[in-house]
Design a protein. Structure first.
Ligand code: DOR
Ligand code: ZN
Length: 335
């Protein structure tokens, strides 16, 4: 029996820039109806002109594939005019604490200095996407950041705040406290724990931010996702880095999961006996939470096993060399 998914969406995706787009864009556009594009380029995407140029560069590589890049601006203090001009062109604004992850040096270092922009975003109904980590001990960073989410969600109760790539049981619990909080969950955080990253030989391909956590945390994520939590959406956080940036001293953070995301999600939802919940996780929840209507694109997965290649271009994917039971068979777009 095939699996049919309507307009699958990846609500957190790094496509990079320049030549890398030739590799990354078609891989996502072949499987998804749209994706939320992260703005942490070498120079952060922090103006409308820059964002429109970046979108055009992406669109060049997905012509005819019925794939919509939902663009995000890199958070800084924006004026009312800038936000009003941008709002129709963006899905939201992505906030990085300064220096917390790849290319986030220009992020926020003083959370007390961003109130005005947040009020404007609330007023203009522009969602706030957040990389929620402190610079504390690596395993505690997400839990320590939850107080920031609490405070933001309380003070800006009409602002839609998305806790990106949550990895902990604590973060899952926080969703119950605030109706204006949503979360994305990645494929890899549903599958691995810190043991997979460094319990045996060190695995640069599995090193990412936030780092994978404990078995208890992973169980909480699985329970929430497989249980159909209505505030949780799929966001791959697929983040490609070329081999020389992974296999070196100072390994870059990021798991490149885009090419395997749909087939592996099918596999783990099937293993959990909840394939009927995949549509909500992969699209319906995001459409409801963000109030978006993606274009119609039906993706059919068939139970045909395939072996994941060791590399796509110069980038090693998640699950490289391993076999996945499901493959994307066809996509049909509405005329
Ligand atoms: O692992 C990660 N890689 N986490 C992030 O937050 C950023 C991303 C990247 O841009 O490589
Ligand atoms: Zn990311």
């Amino acid at each position: 029996m095939d699996i049919t998914l309507e307009s699958p969406l990846d609500m957190h995706l790094h496509l990079r820039e320049g030549d890398m787009l030739d590799l990354t864009v078609p891989l996502s556009a072949d499987h998804f109806a749209g994706a939320v594009i992260m703005p942490n380029l070498v120079v952060p995407v922090d103006s409308l002109d820059y964002l429109l140029n970046y979108r055009q560069a992406i669109e060049f590589y997905c012509t005819g594939k019925n794939f919509r890049p939902y663009m995000t601006l890199f958070f800084k203090n924006y004026s009312r005019q800038e936000l009003e001009e941008s709002r129709e062109q963006i899905l939201g604004i992505k906030l990085y604490p300064a220096g917390i992850t790849t290319q986030s040096e220009a992020g926020v270092s003083d959370f007390s200095a961003i109130e005005e922009t947040l009020s404007l975003m609330q007023e203009l109904k522009i969602p706030l996407l957040v990389h929620g980590e402190t610079n504390g001990f690596v395993l505690d960073r997400e839990s320590e950041f939850l107080d920031v989410y609490r405070s933001l969600a309380n003070r800006f109760s009409e602002l839609h705040i998305i806790m990106e790539h949550i990895t902990t049981a604590d973060a899952v619990e926080l969703l119950d406290e605030f109706a204006n909080l949503s979360a994305t969950v990645t494929l890899h955080h549903l599958m691995i724990t810190l043991d997979d990253v460094l319990g045996d030989l060190l695995r640069p391909d599995l090193f990412c931010k936030p780092v994978a956590k404990t078995p208890r945390d992973r169980s909480a994520l699985r329970e929430a996702v497989f249980g159909g939590h209505p505030q949780i959406m799929f966001g791959s956080d697929s983040a490609p880095h070329p081999r020389h940036k992974k296999e070196c001293i100072g390994c870059a953070a990021g798991v490149f999961s885009a090419p395997v995301a749909l087939p592996l999600l099918a596999q783990i939802f099937e293993d959990a006996g909840c394939l009927d919940r995949l549509q909500d996780f992969i699209s319906t929840n995001a459409c409801r939470r963000y109030r978006i209507t993606p274009s119609e694109k039906t993706v059919v997965l068939s139970p045909t096993a395939w072996q994941v290649p060791d590399y796509y271009g110069d980038v090693s994917p998640f699950f490289a060399g391993q076999t996945i039971r499901w493959s994307v068979n066809s996509t049909i777009s509405a005329k």
